[in-house]
Write a protein that binds this ligand. Structure first.
Ligand SMILES: Nc1ncnc2c1ncn2[C@@H]1O[C@H](COP(=O)(O)OP(=O)(O)OP(=O)(O)O)[C@@H](O)[C@H]1O
Ligand SMILES: [Mg+2]
Length: 309
């Protein structure tokens, strides 16, 4: 039985921009067929890492391989396997969408009727059919982003990388994009997604890596990451205009949020709920309802990256 190589393997990847270590020895693998989330605050090194995969950035050290093909030594093979939707909008203003997709196909020596059908399919799925003959500078921002997605998929790459594909796009495209991405995933493609919308990542990604300052902080299945978190959250609904000044000390230090309708407590998982309820009673709060829930990916992320208030 042959064992499949990882979809992507990063080994001690380094990238220095002058004195700045944008990537400081990043090592991890992406499982074949995984819907993978690459998360991290601004400047964490996500795009730099992705660009090392597609050949846009040359690492200062370490190795990157796609399905076992080194992206430098075996560039052509590795490049064929990857389709990157870049974060930055770059498209040649002097070509129509259809021309751009044909040119992009040409880079991979793909032509003929089957390729034309695939281009038509992409234009249709990404709602670009009506604009197929428009020049890219005549398009709106969201439409330009759709063109980038079509360009990345023109050669049906095994590994599809989306670098913040939903930044600044409307609800409609977001929905179309996720439906399309999920169908690619079902067909066996590996999807790597970076996003600052952590709700999206939580709903879509099977595994999640969190980077900060050019380093990998954690990589786990989304489920494990959420269940390993030390806290749960208790929302207490109070009577109108009831403040939180009266809360006794153990609750004050665990107050995570408050609004006109009540407050949110961040509680260690091993804290007895009976104690918490006793503290609420001691505080003289008129309780109208209590709901408990586990942490969201956003809360875990803030905890791990120290981006919390
Ligand atoms: N071409 C470049 N020249 C110099 N520094 C760069 C260059 N590209 C990126 N950097 C720096 O490398 C670091 C990582 O940037 P990168 O774009 O990879 O972050 P990111 O995680 O994608 O952030 P964001 O969430 O904002 O997209 C940042 O400090 C950035 O300023
Ligand atoms: Mg980026």
């Amino acid at each position: 039985m042959s064992i499949k190589p990882p979809a992507v393997s990063f080994q001690q990847v380094q990238k220095h921009y002058g004195d700045l270590p944008a990537l400081n020895g990043v090592t991890f693998d992406v499982r074949p067929g995984c819907f993978f989330g690459l998360l991290g605050p601004n400047g964490a090194g996500k795009s730099t890492l992705i660009n090392c995969m597609s050949g846009l950035v040359r690492p200062t050290g370490g190795q990157v391989s796609v399905q076992g093909h080194d992206v430098i030594k075996d560039y052509r093979q590795a490049r064929r396997l990857v389709g990157v939707v870049p974060q930055e909008l770059i498209a040649d203003p002097f070509f129509s969408i259809r021309e751009l997709l044909k040119i992009q196909s040409g880079y991979f020596s793909l032509r003929g009727a089957a390729q034309t059908r695939w281009i038509d399919y992409l234009l249709d799925r990404l709602a670009l059919k009506d604009k197929a003959d428009a020049l890219t500078h005549e398009l709106s921002g969201g439409m330009k982003r759709r063109v980038l997605i079509a360009m990345a998929l023109v050669h049906k790459p095994q590994v599809v990388v989306l670098d913040e594909p939903t930044a600044g796009v409307d609800v409609d495209l977001r929905k179309t994009l996720w439906e399309f991405t999920k169908s690619l995933h079902r067909q066996g493609h590996t999807i790597i997604l970076t996003t600052h919308y952590l709700e999206e990542a939580e709903a879509l990604c099977e595994d999640v890596a969190i980077m900060k300052g050019g380093e990998l902080k954690t990589l786990e299945s989304t489920e494990t990451l959420l269940s390993r978190h030390n806290y749960r959250y208790l929302r207490v609904k109070t009577g109108q205009g009831h403040g939180t000044e009266s809360l006794v000390d153990p609750l004050q230090s665990r107050l995570a949020d408050q609004d006109g309708n009540g407050f949110l407590l961040r509680l260690e998982k091993d804290l007895a709920l009976n104690d918490v309820l006793a503290w609420v009673a001691q505080s003289g709060v008129s309780v109208q309802g209590i709901t408990s829930r586990d942490a969201t990916l956003e809360e875990v992320f803030l905890d791990l990256t120290g981006e919390t208030k």
